[in-house]
Design a protein around this ligand. Structure first.
Ligand code: APR
Ligand code: PHB
Length: 393
């Protein structure tokens, strides 16, 4: 069996794994990234593209920020459409100047892959049957099958950045792992279209027919969502049906200026809140979607992965360069503290804007009161703005 030696094995070639590998490599710490799928498959995923300033800074620190800074859009606010009104949340005003960067996650991942290639980073695509071994030992190892041949990598640490359906979280004994989950009774039907965005800022719509979101990837590529029942399938929705429903949930002046076009991608995603504790077991550290999932309403998925990677990166640096393992020992507690605050915000924003299928008239009235309070209170808007732009690491 071919054997490899490295300091850190990273399972998962998504944004989390690639970002950590890149940051470590720039400090002389070796890693191997094991990715189940091909690069084309990974880059074919369409995911949210609202980046907190913490993530933007990490990409720059990793030497991967040039195209993001060139092509990404700085957004100082977004709008909420509700009760026939279109109210703006001025992020910069309520945070002393903080903004978000709108830059597609596919492009983030593409930039990370390009940076890894430029540095000669070791990324194994097509790694099948990955198994984590000796997690409580002085050294650990990972085995996998590559083109039908068994492989092994010995390492000091394993980082599980393999997403919600990965193998890492499942490698923690059931009597150690505690999982928290809330599944929402609706999904998001998303469409990507090569059309100019309907607005220069994101519009989140709360409507009696259900939630809608107008987002973008660039000035010529738009991303739209509508809330749909969990029973809906993507084949139930023609492009025309999607555009008509989206328009019904938007203010008249917005719907009138919406440019429609053929969907270049159309999919339905479920919404869930999920957290696994602890995020460390022996030499294994969980990061990103492997440890937590948020409903996409608050655009926190990728941004939470970023703070995990920030904590893990500095913990590994201190361990290897200064012989100090306090950062690694405190990783799970520190990461979870920020994770749960983002889970709370994502849950709050989801309940604020979606129509609960079993919601009562009282629920609807309370939801309207929450929105009325939000836009009548500087304190409430400041709370929303600081969470949306990103709580401190
Ligand atoms: N072996 C190797 N690779 C695996 C395995 C496995 N057993 N299971 C999953 N993977 C790979 C997946 O193919 C995927 O490319 O791990 C990667 C995990 O990437 P993501 O799911 O994107 O998770 P993460 O890197 O944490 O990024 C979080 O992505 O899903 C969005 O909303 C989420 O924006 C957030 C971001
Ligand atoms: C997106 O552009 O896909 C997007 C933006 C903001 C969100 C969710 C998704 O809250």
């Amino acid at each position: 069996m071919p054997s490899h030696q490295t300091q850190v094995v990273i399972i998962g070639g998504g944004p989390s794994g690639l970002l950590l590998s890149q940051l470590l490599h720039r400090k002389g710490i070796s890693s191997i990234v094991l990715e189940k799928h091909s690069r084309a498959h990974v880059l074919g995923r369409i995911r949210a593209g609202v980046l907190e300033h913490g993530f933007v800074n990490l990409m720059r620190e990793a030497g991967c920020g040039a195209r993001m800074d060139r092509e990404g859009e700085i957004h100082g606010g977004f709008r909420i459409a509700h009760q026939g009104r279109l109210d703006r949340v001025d992020l910069a005003k309520h945070t002393g100047g903080e903004t978000v960067m709108v830059y597609g996650q596919t492009e983030v991942t593409r930039d990370l892959y390009a940076a890894r290639d430029a540095m000669g980073g070791v990324i194994v695509h097509g790694a099948q049957n990955v198994q984590l071994q000796a997690l409580m030992g002085a050294r650990s190892y990972v085995t996998w099958d590559q083109d039908g041949e068994a492989q092994r990598a010995d390492c000091d640490f394993i980082v599980g950045a393999d997403g919600f359906h990965g193998v890492s979280r499942k490698s923690i004994p059931a009597d150690v792992l505690k999982e928290y989950e809330k599944v929402y009774p609706f999904g998001w039907l998303g469409v990507l279209s090569e059309t100019p965005p309907v607005s220069d800022e994101l519009i989140y719509a709360r409507h009696e027919r259900g939630f809608a979101l107008c987002s973008l990837r660039s000035r010529v590529l738009s991303r739209y969502y509508i809330q749909v029942p969990l029973t809906d399938r993507v084949e139930d929705w023609s492009d025309a049906a999607f555009w008509n429903e989206l328009k019904r949930r938007l203010p008249d002046e917005v719907a009138a200026s919406l440019q429609t076009g053929p969907s270049v991608e159309k999919s339905i995603a479920p919404l869930r809140s999920f957290v696994a504790e602890p995020m460390r077991y022996g030499n294994l550290f969980l990061a990103g979607d492997a440890a937590h999932i948020v409903p996409p309403t608050g655009a926190k998925g990728l941004n939470l992965a970023a703070s995990d990677i920030h904590y893990l990166y500095h913990g590994l640096l201190d361990h290897y360069l200064r012989g100090d393992s306090a950062g690694l020992d405190g990783y799970s507690q520190k990461a979870l503290a920020r994770v749960w605050k983002a889970e709370r915000f994502s849950w709050w924003m989801t309940n604020l804007l979606h129509r609960a299928p079993d919601g009562t008239d009282t629920d609807l009235r309370l939801q309207r009161a929450e929105l009325d309070y939000l836009f009548s209170s500087e304190a409430a808007l400041s709370s929303l703005a600081e969470n949306y732009t990103g709580l401190p690491y």
